[in-house]
Design a protein around this ligand. Sequence first.
Ligand code: UD1
Length: 427
Amino acid sequence: MLSEPATASDCHITVRNAGPLSGEVVVPGAKNSVLKLMTASLMADGLYEITNVPSIVDVGIMADLLRAIGVDVSRPANDTVVIDNRGDLTPVAPWDLVEQMRASINVLGPLLARCGHVRLSMPGGDDFGSRPIDMHIAGLEKMGATFSFDDDVLEARATRLQGADITFEFPSVGATENLMTAAVLADGETTIENAAREPEIIDLCEFLVKMGAKIEGIGTSQLRITGVGPDDLRGCVHETVADRIQAATYIAACAVAGGSIDLLNAQPRHMEMVLARLTDMGLEFDRLPYGVRVTACERMRAIDVATLPYPGIATDYKPLIITMLAVAEGVGIVTENLYPGRFKYVDELQRLGAQIRTDGHHAVVRGVPRLRGATVHSHDIRAGAAMVVAGLAAEGTTTITGVHHIDRGYDDLVGRLRSIGADISRG
Ligand code: UD1
């Protein structure tokens, strides 16, 4: 049975500081991987079973998008999605679904390669300011696709995509994914230079290889894809990679509340840079056979951080890091290099007593010993989670509204935090 969390536009989360956290949290699969695995299943007839699927709203939206295109999607267990692609596809992505989720753009490469035609509304999702898709389009054009736009609806056509040599000026995650999937069914060889190499990209590569794709250079910034025919591809079974951003959220919770927690299924090798910098702040990490243990320190020290494509510090960690700096000793400067507009939540943290000044793409955070509870709004997925973490660092009660954003990317954040001792509820 399908069981997605209810969309919660009017519900709120209440958090109170209740001292140190302890216990274990199982880290769910990554949103930014599973959504792309689901779209890759559009490329070939077959039965796909994806496990370690997080119970999040975006998976439900993606399931609806695939169904609208003509694929059967079921959820035999909460952490499993089964996709039965019988091949009769309508390559049209409806506006009401696309506008809810940026990852909808990932149907572009698979559908264009498979069907030779796709009609897609321009993608929505988190509001980080302008998020263009010019690199997706330029790359697909180089492979022989033609594009037209009419009232925010993009239409792409190609008889058969041709392999091409593509060099990105910036390692875009979404553009790498779209071009890589398109190249799997293209005629000849495609190289992508300066490709993104996030763990979620590696997960998608491994899924495509199980389907029968020929990809070399997996995990590097140079991908070489040799096109195959549709009959060379098949369904597969795949376990979604662990979510490094959800893992970091529990680390941040422990960092501000104190205590020590074990993050089961977390993959420290995917988080090396962020764990190194959090160690500089005073946290301790111990590798476990199946995860990582984090132990908080008396008071964290401020550091300077800049977001960068992987293996740098991901932009998605940034609201969590700013929240940690808000209660650390000293002044830290955080520089955003990916999304100019991604500081909206700073106003909310200031309501909680955080001392933060933003200037262009920098935030200067002067740590205070404690935040104070207030009502704050969640503007996007990661900012919402950061507000919850901030509530753990605040005297009194913090109420977070805009919880539907958190539900898009977090699998039972409230239940998981409560299980390790947080005073948190949802109403
Ligand atoms: C993905 C993640 C998002 C994460 C981001 C960077 C998903 C669903 N989302 O987003 O959580 O924050 O990677 O790690 O996986 N850009 C262009 N032109 C393009 C493509 C991108 O200018 O054609 C710009 C974007 O506007 C943005 C930056 O490049 O400023 C990063 O974008 P990209 O790496 O493509 O991120 P997404 O795939 O959108």
